[in-house]
Design a protein around this ligand. Structure first.
Ligand code: AMP
Ligand code: MN
Ligand code: MN
Length: 330
């Protein structure tokens, strides 16, 4: 499949590259690296992400090229969709993107539904950035420091700094190559993890205080409300990564972060929530997320629902009854 995609891209002239809404380091890193690569190859590229780029990723070279709004979709002959398990993850542009004649799906989610005309889906890849790197090598392109920084950041963040279960040998070997290409790990770490606003740290305090545990101790729930964001003067992106604290508690197999979404249209007391799930490796949370119309990986998944907070917590608590010994993965 990689060869066919390279042949196709060699014919492509106007390429749209897009990744998922509320982008993480991998969605942004894979988008930038692939975009720069295709430009080097002589394509006209447009980089697209419907959400704002979180502050912590704005240091990445060429990040200013990512556009939030597009018109004139007919100009594209090819779309490269990165880090999306389903096409709808790109957001409200999905219908317009679906009209592009050739769609290439590059991803590593276990729940990927193989949308598009060409797929390069490797669920064992630590990040979409790993697949993009392999593709760039196969395209015989040099990895410059801008691409290297994007790839390194994608792998660093998707592996939770080489701690999550998707951390594989490639994570280290590719990052080593990226350092050889000029990436400074301490500089990336300083931008991504060491330049938080005071409000973000205060939000951490509120989020930690919200943690509750199921009776059997296997499940933790953390809640981030709009009110918490307002009183700490923070943005939804400032909640990224908070769930990992709820996952670190001894005996906890699954942590859930209930995130109240903005622009709620539901009649009270119902609201729209995003639920992030993280597992210690013994429970496949992508299965749980799929049941609620979401998706992800075995160790990290998510879904969005409309519910009252009380009912949503109860629904999540009910799941923990199934987190006994029987659900261990191989
Ligand atoms: P999050 O819950 O946003 O921290 O995301 C955890 C993982 O699940 C990421 O790999 C996401 O891309 C994926 N994910 C989150 N929400 C959804 C969704 N609604 N549909 C499919 N995948 C999702
Ligand atoms: Mn992602
Ligand atoms: Mn990813």
């Amino acid at each position: 499949m990689m060869k066919k995609i390279i042949q196709q891209l060699a014919k492509s002239e106007h390429v749209l590259l897009a990744s998922h809404i509320k982008p993480d380091g991998d969605a942004i890193g894979a988008l930038l690296a692939m975009g720069i690569a295709l430009e080097k190859q002589g394509c006209q590229v447009v980089l697209f992400n419907e959400s704002s780029i979180p502050e912590v990723y704005r240091f990445l070279p060429a990040v200013g090229r990512i556009q939030k709004k597009l018109t004139d979709w007919q100009r594209f002959d090819t779309a490269v969709i990165l880090d999306c398990g389903v096409l709808s993850r790109v957001g409200s542009a999905a219908d317009d993107i679906a009209t592009i004649p050739v769609i290439i799906n590059i991803d590593h989610h276990t729940t990927n539904n193989r949308f598009g005309h060409f797929h390069l889906v490797d669920v064992n890849a630590c990040a979409t950035a790993e697949i993009v790197y392999r593709l760039i090598l196969e395209m015989k392109l040099d990895v410059d420091v801008a691409m290297a920084t994007a790839i390194y950041t994608g792998i660093l963040t998707d592996t939770g700094s080489f701690r999550f279960s998707n951390t594989n040998q490639a994570a280290f070997s590719i990052c080593e190559a990226m350092v050889a290409a000029g990436v400074k790990p301490s500089t990336v770490a300083q931008h991504v993890y060491g330049a938080y606003s005071l409000g973000r740290i205060k939000l951490l305090n509120l989020a930690l205080d919200s943690i509750e545990i199921s009776n059997n101790g296997y499940l933790s729930i953390m809640t981030v409300t709009r009110e918490m964001l307002a009183c700490t003067d923070t943005q939804p992106e400032d909640a990224d990564g908070l769930i990992n604290y709820a996952r670190r508690i001894r005996d906890v197999k699954v942590a859930a972060l209930i995130h109240e979404l903005e622009n709620n249209t539901a009649p009270p007391p119902r609201k729209q929530y995003h639920v992030s799930l993280r597992s210690d490796g013994s429970v496949d949370v992508s299965n749980i997320a799929m049941k609620f119309g979401g998706g992800g990986h075995a160790g990290a998944a998510g879904f969005s629902v409309e519910s009252s907070l009380v009912e949503l917590k109860q629904t999540i608590y009910d799941l923990s009854d199934g987190f006994g010994e029987s659900c261990h993965l191989n």
